[in-house]
Ligand binder design. Structure first.
Ligand code: SF4
Length: 481
């Protein structure tokens, strides 16, 4: 099976229960954002800009748990911001698991090893010692860290920790191989840390998923290599989605200057071209999702948007109408369901946007649930076949694959310090995307009211400028398709 039986059965029961109750709109996945603070400043991340005035705010633990209970989604994706910065993250995961939900922690991976060391200290035993020896041998834990794990004090022993469970996935953000990923997150070494965290997690028996956003400049051949590498590490499954590329300024430019939209953003045609291999990838790799959504991405069918099925709850409440676009926030999920004019959003039968901002959107948070909830015979059959069919075998881990993956700072081709200097020279004082990176302090961006945006929304305006500047500086070769 692609996806473990118990969670699959739980999700199926949830759908049947709601359909029997005659509920036309209900939640499948809650995007829970307990905070928007982040230790990184990824290019294109809309959250740290849209919520720049509330970066220090937190949703209290009991409120997070109450939101999950109210919408009753069987799956919770804890995102942000970086959720591992949330002070009560362990209690939040424990509380959601206690409610019987499947919990994904969407993380940039930087703090994962710390959280797993805390787990090892809390449960230290001869069995853990055997794993610890291997982790030290593979340099995933230092000797000093191993000693701390072996000698936990009372606080470490009693700490609530995130334990391996079939109801929990680490969901690690990876947008490319080392060079590309570090460029997108604007920090050298993050890819290497993610890989170390994945390796450590697999030794400890955690389930790992990865999530990847595809941008206009994403090289799909590189993505295939990335999936092979991640598969060789034992990653349990992958989610992949096109970025959201609405930007009023770009649209205005197209209108006024008569330019080709494809020159500015990921249109539906471009997205379909990017995802032309997605069904083949579905056979090669454990892509999580529905075959109906993969057909939609490949341009073989249309789907309506069901944004109500993947609601977002954050410091301001229930964000409407969807994960990427903001028209307001509501106090309860029920109020949001009732008050939002859902038929104003999404696409019509011909795939045209009902709202201009929906025109190029093919994000999984809007369209994946439509395929999952379709009661049609064909969709039910292909969903069943895809999920219950055999899981694609892991790719063998080879030195060649490792060499392909670590194509950036590991082999001396780190770009950030070099490019930062170049950009600073070029711009003599202007704030560049690079100029924001490089430390652990959360950054406040200028608010961009009304543009919505989300974590990895695909708003590529910053990165487009960034790549152009790097090219201009002539310092490094920038990949393009
Ligand atoms: S089509 Fe996309 S942008 Fe529009 S409401 Fe649906 S998810 Fe949001």
């Amino acid at each position: 099976m692609r996806f473990p039986l118990a969670p699959t059965a739980k999700i199926a029961r949830h759908i049947v229960k709601n359909k029997l109750q005659g509920n036309k709109k209900f939640a499948m996945v809650l995007q829970l954002e307990p905070l928007h603070t982040c230790n990184l400043t990824c290019t294109g991340c809309g959250r740290i800009r849209e919520y720049s005035t509330s970066l220090k705010d937190l949703v209290p633990l009991d409120q997070c748990l109450a939101a999950a209970a109210e919408c009753d989604a069987p799956m919770i994706s804890i995102c942000g911001g970086e959720p591992l910065i949330y002070p009560k993250i362990e209690e939040l995961v424990a509380g959601l698991l206690g409610q019987g939900r499947l919990v994904y922690i969407c993380t940039n991976g930087v703090f994962m090893r710390k959280k797993m060391r805390e787990y090892m200290a809390a449960v230290y035993s001869p069995e853990i010692e055997a794993i610890l020896v291997r982790l030290v041998a593979e340099k995933l834990v230092t000797e000093k860290e191993a000693e701390t794990i072996r000698n936990p004090d009372a606080t470490a022993r009693q700490k609530v920790v995130i334990r391996p469970s079939q109801w929990h996935y680490w969901n690690v953000h990876v947008d490319g191989l080392e060079y590309t990923h570090d460029l997108i997150v604007e920090r050298e070494g993050v890819f290497k840390e993610c890989v170390a965290a994945i390796r450590m997690a697999k030794h400890l028996g955690y389930q790992i998923a990865t999530n990847t956003t595809v941008y206009k400049e994403t090289d799909t051949a590189e993505l295939e290599e990335m999936f092979k590498f991640l598969s060789s590490l034992g990653v349990d499954g992958h989610t992949i989605s096109p970025g959201y590329d609405y930007d009023a300024a770009k649209k205005d430019m197209v209108k006024r200057l008569g330019k080709d939209p494809a020159a500015f953003f990921l249109t539906r045609d471009l997205t379909r071209n990017k995802f032309r291999d997605i069904e083949r990838w579905g056979d090669m790799f454990t892509i999580f999702g529905t075959p109906g959504y993969l057909e939609f991405l490949a341009g073989k069918r249309e789907l309506a948007c069901s944004a109500w099925a993947v609601p977002t709850y954050n410091v301001r409440g229930w964000k409407a109408p969807c994960y990427v676009m903001t028209e307001g926030h509501y106090k309860t999920y029920a109020e949001m369901l009732e008050k939002v004019a859902w038929d104003r959003f999404g696409v019509d039968d011909k795939g045209c946007g009902r709202d201009a901002r929906c025109e190029n959107c093919m994000m999984h948070s809007g369209f994946e649930p439509t395929a999952a909830l379709s009661g049609g015979i064909r969709d039910s059959w292909i969903n069943f076949k895809y999920n219950f069919g055999s899981k694609p075998p892991a790719f063998p881990h080879t030195a060649a694959l490792e060499k392909t993956a670590f194509n950036g700072v590991t082999i001396g081709k780190g770009h950030l310090a070099e490019a930062k200097a170049a950009v600073n020279r070029e711009l003599s004082g202007a704030k560049s995307a690079f100029a924001r990176g490089g430390n652990d302090i959360p950054h406040a961006h200028g608010a961009e009211e009304g543009t919505g945006g989300g974590c990895s929304t695909g708003d590529t305006s910053q990165r487009d400028a960034l790549l152009a500047k790097i090219n201009l500086a002539g310092k490094i070769e920038v990949k393009s398709e």
